[in-house]
Write a protein that binds this ligand. Structure first.
Ligand code: SAH
Length: 240
């Protein structure tokens, strides 16, 4: 009688520590924490860094870009209140790690990346994980992706000088947009909610992302390695 208990391997210690840290910071949405924990970050890292997958750092992924800190991914997704029926637009696929976490939480992820090699790599990894509710497109995401608008959630994974107007236009009624907004080195994590009365903007502390390079972002000449170091350095502050 009774069911056979399923024995699960214990979570790696650094992942347990990361989850404890996020709970302590007030990221309490268990759906988000579960999606994060069940996404193998090592798949999205260069080979030499895979053993360090659950360290809470941004790492260099080539082309002057970085994979986000897992705590920042969790915070941004929690702020966006991603629901199971939501259609999500992600600007800046990068490694595809955040895309994979999102795909576990919503109906469909439309993700755009300006660097073709990163987009191709992310597409391959997402397919490897069997995530089918995702499409990766190479384009300037500062203009959004009008063809599939409106979106319930728009997540911008790169620093924008201001929130690009096309993204606001492409946000559904009741939709949430989360983006780092500010200068090249330091930004404020902002959430904009579209309600009946218009757009409500709230700030959630400091962040440091690589730049959004495009028509409604920074100029390409500004978009290289914008100061600071890469590699093991945390490029994205926790922003509390
Ligand atoms: N969250 C990602 C990291 C994103 S890094 C991860 O976990 O891996 C930011 C990404 O935004 C970079 O890959 C960069 O090439 C991309 N990007 C910058 N400007 C862009 C634009 N205008 N449109 C699309 N992608 C852009």
């Amino acid at each position: 009688m009774g069911s056979c208990p399923v024995r699960q391997a214990p979570l790696p210690v650094p992942l347990q520590q990361l989850l404890a840290k996020l709970r302590a910071q007030g990221v309490a949405d268990e759906r988000v924490l579960q999606a994060l924990a069940s996404t193998p970050r090592e798949v999205f890292l260069p080979e030499g860094l895979r053993v360090r997958a659950w360290e809470d750092f941004a790492f260099d992924i080539g082309f002057g870009q970085t994979i986000s800190q897992p705590s920042v991914v969790a915070r941004m997704i929690a702020l966006a209140q991603v629901g199971p029926e939501d259609r999500v637009l992600e600007i800046g696929t990068g490694s595809g790690f955040q895309t994979a976490v999102l795909a576990r939480l919503c109906r469909f992820v439309f993700t755009v990346e300006r660097i073709p090699q990163l987009a191709a790599q992310a597409r391959f990894r997402l397919a490897q994980l069997g995530l089918r509710n995702v499409t990766v497109q190479v384009m300037d995401g500062s203009l959004g992706w009008r063809a599939h608008a409106p979106y319930d959630v728009i997540l911008v994974s790169a620093a924008a000088p201001t929130i690009p107007p096309p993204l606001l236009e492409q946000l559904a009624q009741g939709g949430r947009l989360v983006a780092p907004v500010g200068g090249l080195n330091q930004q404020e994590l902002v959430r904009v909610t579209r309600g009946g009365e218009g757009f409500l903007s709230q700030s959630f502390g400091q962040a440091s992302f690589v730049p959004l390079v495009g028509k409604e972002g920074f100029a390409a000449s500004q978009g290289g390695r914008a100061g600071g170091s890469f590699g093991e350095q945390p490029r994205e502050a926790k922003g509390s």
